[in-house]
Ligand binder design. Sequence first.
Ligand SMILES: Cc1cc2nc3c(=O)[nH]c(=O)nc-3n(C[C@H](O)[C@H](O)[C@H](O)COP(=O)(O)OP(=O)(O)OC[C@H]3O[C@@H](n4cnc5c(N)ncnc54)[C@H](O)[C@@H]3O)c2cc1C
Length: 212
Amino acid sequence: MAALARELPRRRLRRGVPLAPFTTFRIGGPADLLVEVASAAELAAAVMAARRHGVPYFRLGLGANILVGDRGFRGLVIRNRAAGVELLPEPGGATAPAPPRRLRAESGAVVYPDLVDLAIGYGLSGLEHYAGIPSTVGGAIWQNLHFLSPAPRRERTMFIAEVTVEAELLDAAGERRSARPSPGAPSAIRRWMPSRASGRSSRRSPGSAPAG
Ligand SMILES: Cc1cc2nc3c(=O)[nH]c(=O)nc-3n(C[C@H](O)[C@H](O)[C@H](O)COP(=O)(O)OP(=O)(O)OC[C@H]3O[C@@H](n4cnc5c(N)ncnc54)[C@H](O)[C@@H]3O)c2cc1C
């Protein structure tokens, strides 16, 4: 643990941090170590460092789908604040400047209200189905965020995979690789995850996901 701590950014590393303030239910004891990361590269580096040192790690988004016990977490919690967003033109479009057609967001970007409002502001549809649900992009991809939609009839479950073009994943070897949802099988988002992406303490990997 001490060797791992020496590799993490000192100014954003804290010890014995209570996790309750970082979860929706406001419960949870302390993490041995908690580091805040501000980019996909920092997120990947923290995951790889934890794996190298054999320290259990947990990637934390908004904490809307986790419960933490009073004893907290023995290992490293990586609080994901990587929230960069880009607006992308139509892929392959030759004319510039072209209006944006897609969003590319780092995995710590907040889906609602940040990305939903941004997308609507540029006339992009897709993310509005998830208005009101607390989630980062990483949390949304991890569990395939879903809701009864489209309004007003709300007759079926719409999965975030349906409006996701591609996600970048960190594999076990530390390479960032692209994965795409299976066409026609949006509820099978976990099949995107390459088996080599498994880490010591968690099977999913961080990444960014364009949606539009
Ligand atoms: C009031 C309320 C309403 C909700 N309504 C809905 C709903 O309608 N539909 C729905 O689908 N869900 C709903 N949820 C659940 C929750 O919003 C989603 O599960 C959301 O995607 C969690 O995102 P998060 O960023 O908070 O993830 P967290 O709770 O922080 O983490 C959840 C899991 O994702 C993993 N994870 C997070 N980021 C990454 C990453 N970058 N890479 C790999 N793994 C990662 C974590 O390690 C953890 O295992 C609701 C929750 C609340 C509190």
